[in-house]
Design a protein around this ligand. Structure first.
Ligand code: ATP
Length: 178
């Protein structure tokens, strides 16, 4: 049976950094945003913030709010590793989908960091779908909260704060894995 560590958190809270810690230990991580970006590219669109947001919303409207999680379950069962990471859980139906599929082997980890700290990190990150002003990040937060991210974060089994250095954060994630 596969044990799962799933990360939930606002944009730029540190989910990718947590995933990178797992990957460096040889643990595979499924990125739920990539599942949407795959669909964006399959449709011949550029993976911009607008397109990923739009396709993500459409998938959830057409296939249900756990659409992206449901696309992950067969990928996980197919690979059947001992331990696996999931980056980017966004709503209660997604948590319920994973809990139904994997029961107590599914651990939800909420990564928490204030808006100002996250914005400073986004500016330094410069990803293709990143925003350059804090109001755009706030708007993205609102979109995530609109999908029920706040409620999903409240369901977390473990809360990890990421307000300090990257070293400190990586240490917390390493301890969690071990
Ligand atoms: N403690 C930290 N100190 C400094 N920089 C950090 C820290 N944690 C994360 N970062 C940096 O902040 C940026 C955002 O983090 P990351 O990409 O891991 O967030 P995310 O939660 O995966 O974001 P998104 O939901 O937008 O994909 C990255 O460039 C990352 O390297």
């Amino acid at each position: 049976m596969t044990r799962i560590l799933a990360f939930v958190g606002m944009p730029a809270s540190g989910k990718s950094e947590a995933s990178a810690v797992l990957r460096r230990k040889g643990i595979a991580v499924i990125n739920m945003g990539d599942v949407i970006r795959e669909e964006v590219v399959r449709r011949g669109l550029e993976p911009t913030d607008t397109n990923t947001g739009g396709v993500g919303t459409e998938l959830r409207e057409k296939e249900g709010r756990d659409a992206v999680a449901r696309r992950c379950v067969p990928k996980i069962r197919g690979a059947d590793p001992d331990l696996l990471g999931i980056d980017g859980v966004r709503s209660v139906p997604e948590v319920e989908c994973f809990k139904n599929a994997f029961g107590d082997d599914f651990t939800l980890v909420s990564i928490e960091s204030p808006l100002e700290v996250r914005f400073a990190r986004v500016k330094a990150r410069g990803r293709s779908d990143d925003m350059q002003d804090i109001n755009a990040l706030k708007a993205r937060d609102e979109r995530e909260l609109g999908w029920g991210m706040g409620e999903a974060m409240k369901m977390a089994d473990i809360v990890i704060t990421n307000n300090g250095t990257l070293e400190e954060f990586r240490k917390k994630i390493t301890e969690l894995v071990e």
